[in-house]
Design a protein around this ligand. Sequence first.
Ligand code: PMP
Length: 408
Amino acid sequence: PFATVSGCDLRVPLVQGGTTTYANFDYAASAPALQQVTDRVADLLPYYASVHRGAGYASRISTDCYESARGSVARFLNAADDQVVVFTRNTTDSLNLLASCVPGDTVVLDVEHHANLLPWTRHGRRVVPIADTIEETIQRVVAELCSKPAALLAVTGASNVTGELLPLERLAWIAHQCGTRILVDAAQLAPHRRIDLRTTGIDYLAFSGHKAYAPFGAGVLVGRLDWLDAAEPYLAGGGAVRSVAADGVEWAPAPQRHEAGSPNVLGVAALAAACDALAELDETTLIEHEQYLTHRLRYGLKTVPGVHFLRVWRDSADAVGIVAFTVDGFEPGQVAAYLSAEHGIGVRDGRFCAHPLLARLGVDAALRASIGLGTTTADVDRLIDAIATLVERGPAWNYARTEGHWNP
Ligand code: PMP
């Protein structure tokens, strides 16, 4: 493994009896906590107290921790001076928040996760169908932005289905030429690549703590202050105001404006610890490690008859550690169940909250194996061997789901 994460040595039961070490290939859904994150949370727990609302020592420590977390996120992303860090629950929450602030139409691609598709529906959403190549997809974006002004271009940093990357700097440049701002859904990108908001020109960015090696419950929206300050608060309530009188309210500026209610100090501290830890990793070796494992998995699976990979663009040159595939003769759900029950391997199956993309790729469902900081070569080989074993048995030999038991 590249770093120590929780659950590395988890023992899981096998249907044939006995136990094995869990092989986690579901980092893209939620990544286990980094050791530095676990330590930071343990350190803060004794001081866990009300944030912004108490004068006691523990409250002051908790408040400091919460506020300094904004700096960790801003440093991690090299945020510009006019960009603020708003803490949310997750990427979905961040994107819905931004959707409530956009003063005009939003242009999106149909490659997106539902979280970056559905919030815009209510806000003048214009969907651009992707093409077979990134180059042609970009031309379609240009045509759309030129045809009618748009306030925002909302794009994914890395596809949650295939891991493929879009050229963000170029898209930001194109958007800006058209007077449009750009939002990046970095839920899958932030855990794998360093993102520099200043040099790429990205205006808004969202990601979730739980995909970036912190626990559930905290996410971020980082972005330019003016829209966030001009919009109505996302939630109305305590903490979002400067003053309230019987007949009116003066809202606080962002980020407090959009953070009403008692904040999730442990979640935010964990997210900040993850950002600090990820920022410390050497990006080149991190990418090399991940690409080695991803290529090993891809080449291994390629040798198994009937395995087909999903790919969005013919000309995509780079991807994060995600391999999506189908196996002829087997339902993805059956394969996933078999991998878990017989081999203690966790993958994701289904449509990955990206129904329009799966429809475009012509599959009802697929399997997704995603790689992260705790993945080892041995894990990869186990997954390849398990799929090869299943295919050797043949499609007639199958699993049926009965009340949570697995019947060979
Ligand atoms: N965008 C992408 C690309 C994702 O992969 C996900 C999670 N699968 C989300 C958004 C939503 O993240 P969350 O559920 O943490 O809000």
